[in-house]
Design a protein around this ligand. Structure first.
Ligand code: FES
Ligand code: FES
Length: 161
């Protein structure tokens, strides 16, 4: 099996490991780095539970090889709370009851972060489009949309404070 040495910056820290060419990014994150907040729901690019940001783009990490992340920046749910303070998106999901079992939540939050980074003042329809690659089997999307609207407003307030 061919092994490749890769260096990936994950949540601001450089990580270097030998991986198989076939190792998926989601397995690298969960098994090599022990960052198990990135979930696997389907392994077939359908559910979005594995969503992370790669150089700021929301990527389903079950669909990308770890070697393709070599030299790039990856952000996972573990990188969202700066200094122990919840990110406004995390706070929004808490305040607006945007989760039940929580399985989809890390991927939802990363997709929403990608959206808000590009569009700080999205409409409800834009939020629904932004999270359309993420499936939730239990909460219902209205609460998730409310959570993202809450975060968008808070981030805009922080930006002008
Ligand atoms: S586990 Fe990657 S999309 Fe479902
Ligand atoms: S909160 Fe359970 S899958 Fe979304």
């Amino acid at each position: 099996m061919s092994q490749h040495k890769i260096t990936v910056t994950v949540n601001g820290e450089a990580t270097t490991h030998e991986v198989d060419a076939r190792t998926l990014l989601v397995h690298y994150i969960r098994e090599n780095l022990d960052l198990t907040g990135t979930h696997i729901g389907c392994d077939t690019t359908s559910c979005g539970a594995c969503t992370v940001l790669v150089d700021g783009q929301a990527i389903k990490s079950c669909t990308m090889f770890a070697v393709q992340a070599d030299g790039r920046n990856v952000e996972t749910i573990e990188g969202m709370a700066a200094g122990g303070d919840l990110h406004p998106l995390q706070e929004g999901f808490w305040e607006k009851h945007g989760l039940q079992c929580g399985y989809c939540t890390p991927g939802m939050i990363l997709s929403a972060k990608h959206l808000l980074d590009k569009n700080p003042n999205p409409t409800e329809d834009e939020i629904r489009a932004g999270i359309s690659g993420n499936l939730c089997r239990c909460t219902g999307y209205n609460k998730i949309v409310e959570a993202v609207l809450y975060a968008a407003e808070k981030l805009r307030e922080e930006a002008t404070a």
